[in-house]
Design a protein around this ligand. Structure first.
Ligand code: ATP
Length: 292
């Protein structure tokens, strides 16, 4: 069981507010997608969940306990750009994390323990469809294969929470589709909570049980940097649903929020909640009835 609670979190860089009043609770086994325009603060939020950054105010709790101040193995991460070791084989890339962790306690790994880890690594490579590439080097892999390797690398640490920062953003459409199936299968098999950042609305609605839209709720035209972003829409989805496609989603000049609300309106069982602290009439909550 892994519940993440983000409580009234603010983040500033050099006194510039990036995020403000972020409040959300993600129950165990949520697949949460974070959408928002460029610079909205999505990666900053993810980095705080990873403990690479600390909130300027507010707190983040995992299972009721304040989050560790250092990144821990209970939170795995996959970034958009392949974060694998180029000089190690595929198998050794998967083994690198646990070998490092365990050798800190036991020195070099030997015998039974090493064999067990190797079996687990091969099992994961099989799950991500890379068992035939175990002896290859990353340079010999396609972009999609490298991302699958990065996912196996994260999963071998058995994280309670998997954080994904646009992991499929650099992949072509068909590879992306197969990665979507893979990540949904892994999410079901491993019972983790996933938090994933994306720019792709269709991806968010295909994968998420929860979709959060992050944007500025207050804007000062004289001082665009005056306010930070917050959660402006919080959408819960039935995991069994299918995301319908609509050609009008590709119309130009639509804001991400317009497209988001259109999608939300077409989903069965979608419940959209407004931001926790609406401050302008425009940003006030969108009820389930309005989007139905
Ligand atoms: N370490 C830092 N120091 C100062 N400013 C930062 C730092 N990290 C991020 N920022 C600023 O915070 C804002 C939000 O950045 P962030 O990367 O979280 O946005 P994002 O929503 O993930 O954007 P994108 O979709 O383009 O990746 C940006 O204006 C960025 O320049």
């Amino acid at each position: 069981m892994t519940e993440i609670a983000i409580k009234n979190v603010f983040k500033e860089y050099n006194r510039n507010p990036i995020l403000e009043r972020v409040n959300v609770t993600l129950p165990d086994h949520e697949f949460c997608l974070i959408l928002g325009s460029s610079g909205a603060g999505k990666s900053t939020l993810l980095r705080m969940l990873l403990s690479q950054e600390t909130p300027s105010r507010g707190e983040i709790l995992i299972d009721g306990e304040p989050i560790d101040v250092e990144p821990q193995a209970d939170r795995g991460v996959v970034f958009q750009r392949y974060s694998v070791f180029p000089h190690k084989t595929v198998l050794d890339n998967v083994l690198a994390g646990p070998s490092f962790r365990e050798s800190r306690f036991f020195g070099r790994l030997f015998g039974n323990r090493k064999a067990k880890l190797r079996d687990r690594a091969m099992e994961l490579l099989d799950q991500v469809g890379l068992s035939d590439a175990a002896d290859k080097y990353p340079v010999q892999l396609s972009g999609g294969m490298q991302q699958r390797l990065a996912i196996a690398q994260a999963l071998i640490m058995e994280p309670k929470v998997l954080l994904l920062d646009e992991p499929f953003g650099a992949l072509d459409q068909s590879t992306k589709k197969s990665m979507h199936k893979l990540i949904l299968d892994l999410w079901n098999a491993n019972k983790m909570t996933i938090v994933m950042v994306t720019h792709d609305i269709q991806e968010a609605f295909t994968l998420g049980t929860r979709v959060l839209m992050v944007d500025k709720q207050r804007r000062d035209p004289q001082a665009p940097e005056a306010y930070g972003s917050t959660i402006v829409h919080d959408l819960r989805l039935d995991p069994a649903r299918k995301a319908p496609l609509d050609p009008s989603d590709n119309e130009e000049n639509q804001s991400m929020e317009d497209i988001f609300l259109k999608w939300a309106g077409r989903m069965d069982h979608a419940i959209v909640e407004g931001a926790p602290h609406p401050t302008t009439p425009e940003a006030a909550s969108v009820s389930a009835k309005e989007v139905a």
